[in-house]
Design a protein around this ligand. Sequence first.
Ligand code: FAD
Length: 461
Amino acid sequence: MNQSATTIDTSATEALGKQIRGTITLPQDSGYDQARKVYNAMIDKHPAIIIRCVDVADVMASVKFAKAENLLVAVRSGGHNGGGLGICDNGMVIDLSGIKYIRINPADKTVRVGGGNTLGEVDHATHAFGLAVPAGIVSTTGIGGLTLGGGIGYLSRKYGLTIDNLLEADMVLADGSFVTVNEKQHPDLFWAIRGGGGNFGIVTSFLFQAHDVDMVYGGPTLWPVEKIEEIMPWFQDFLEKAPEELNGFIATLEIPGPPFPESLHHKKFCGIVWCYSGDLQKAEEIFKPIRSKQPVFEHVGPIPYPAMQSLFDGLLPPGLRWYWKADFFKDLGAEVATQCLQFGSSIPTPLSQMHMYPISGAAGKVASSDTPWAHRDAKYAGVIIGVDSNPANDEKIIQWSRDYWNALHPYSSGGTYLNFEMSESNDRVRKSYGENYDRLLEIKKKYDPDNFFRVNQNIAV
Ligand SMILES: Cc1cc2nc3c(=O)[nH]c(=O)nc-3n(C[C@H](O)[C@H](O)[C@H](O)COP(=O)(O)OP(=O)(O)OC[C@H]3O[C@@H](n4cnc5c(N)ncnc54)[C@H](O)[C@@H]3O)c2cc1C
């Protein structure tokens, strides 16, 4: 039995067990330590009860139980959140990973997805129809947290963020009731969940607009980090003029080992990972200016979209220790590149990186007030991730991430992409929603006046 977790009255949990089809895991159960694991091994929390729901009825019963027992509630989809917002100490975890289904309607290219599906599962199912839902990279990420926070990925410049492709959601609210939200039904709530995170209820099902994306042309190109002061401003300029089908994120990184060639191992690079989702016949022409910059390594070519999406899965298995810090940027000019040269040259562990993801093109054309995701005028979502497997390196990766962030912060444009953060202060959450914060607060007061859903980037009532 785990001594540090709160216990709940046995008769109450037995009664709950009779109401649900999913499984209940308690601190004394043998599967408890496995069930409380999240992707980031730096997070070590001990819930009093974990309920792996398999349907909406389970979620409704769980919410009502938590209310009756006055339990803190965390909602978990993929468990990827950097700050571990899918789990909590001494409360209830409503784990949605048993609510998985994907139904594609090829006629209108819409996709119905369960609240517990991962990105890889969605990509696999849609690819059979030559379709894709714009979402993030790394296939083990949960569709739940990614979508509710925004959703940046390789298709953002062409088709917008994941929230820009959300048509409808089914939700269980703080009082245990069920609603479907879309442009016509509960439009205020539909607006709020497109960026407002898990503040408003538990999404058990998403309906997305998918797009014709099948084979893409992409992969990484690398230059020695010493060239970043040349490559970064060029990248910004080039991408601004490039078709929206071309996307790429720029990074400072170390090559940790295979599958990259041995000659690159443990050297520091400025890398760009490209993904072109337009007409493949035009790809070679589009990539000519990139190749003219003479990368020291490239692995770029035609690739099925799901393979592109999971290109780095092998390097980033669950169980590594992560520390995240983020900001938005409007300009990756000389000052930013100079800081990236300094911190990109002093990467503390092989998997620690800095990424700048474009949010230009279609993602930037949505008005700031159309969704809670306020900073549509920013051009890049930057993130610094200190990553390692060894707890002895925690201090080192945290310090490097903070120092890198402090050096870049003066050139940032305000607010942050909350999905790229640890658990943030209310002030930083407020700034990230900007002028949309007051509207979110009103909707929070209407649907969750007691702040029942507060293990998230919280809009505190
Ligand atoms: C390796 C890796 C790669 C990533 N790549 C990208 C990327 O390319 N693009 C990008 O935009 N982001 C990316 N992210 C960040 C990611 O969007 C966030 O970590 C997100 O929170 C993950 O969602 P999740 O469902 O896996 O997380 P969880 O930890 O399960 O949940 C995170 C938060 O969302 C809430 N939540 C989750 N599902 C629901 C639901 N169905 N209903 C209500 N609330 C819910 C939870 O309560 C919690 O507050 C990445 C993260 C990792 C670790």
